[in-house]
Write a new protein. Sequence first.
Length: 346
Amino acid sequence: MTPLGLPRSEATAHTLRGKKRVRRIHIELSFYRQQVQELELQLKRLELHKAQSGTPLKQRLRAEEQHKELCEKHAIVAKLSTELLKLLEKCGNDENFAGCLDSNTQPRFLLFSTAADDKIVAEQLANVARLRLELKHREYQAPIRTVDFSWGLSRGNLFVKRDPTVLLEVHCRTTVPFNLEVATRAYWRLFCVEHGEKDSAADVSANTITRSFSLRLEFEGLVSEASGRYTCQTHVEDDKVTITWVEHADVSEFGGVIFNGMQYQKRACMILRRVPREGPAHQSTSTVVDTYFQTTPILHDSVPDKLQQTQAFINSAHRSHSKLNKVVCQHMSNLLLEEDWKATFG
């Protein structure tokens, strides 16, 4: 018998049950502590993940606000630019306009039927050299008035100058996601198509090209027809390709308006530069393209209404510029994709 009056066997069993209960409690406590630690660790991870995921969300919201603000400012600037362009077009009275037409710097009217080809080519070559020097002198910086606000491929905004003579100027700078070789072949094909050639018959590596051309273009109800002669020079370097040309053409119809005794002289340049790439892969995959077009309307001395004819030419240019820009950019996109496909798959 035990001091408590219990049989010894029962006391022993009671003691064993107490020890087992204590041991089970210790095991359960350690298990619960481990679970608590794991839950605390998961909680810390969730808090850390929440903090990390919250930062990009805040940055995205901030970026969206900034983007919205920039879009509003862009719309305001574009609207102001359009209004200023309209005001600048209206500036200057008819006397100044007529004075521009009688300026000594006005290009001469060429009679292709009687003028010698050698003289025309020599004059155009001199104009090409002069244009290259002009662009090099001002380092190809576009005037603020001709800034292009559009995105993607574009030929730029049309701007009319009246000093010292009347001319239409277009300038644009864009970056295409293709290497210099692909972009050069595509823009050269565009140049050939714009001068009435279905295929690029001449190699872009040729230094000087002079040809006659005839072109008729119909798009969205607007008809343009011209024929003349152009002289083009190409300069190919490791990281840059320059295509400069001057053309004279008789204009029989432009933007749906029929002209008589009207010519134009176009001085144009396309400069394609390789974009250097930093990092382990030094191969460039982008090209910066600068385009510059300067068109001067020329009227024969026998035309009585020079002022009205010139204004009609300018109005037609403004009316057809956006539509022509759309067509040319679409064709340019197709040419870039074709040349990239050829370069990749042969």
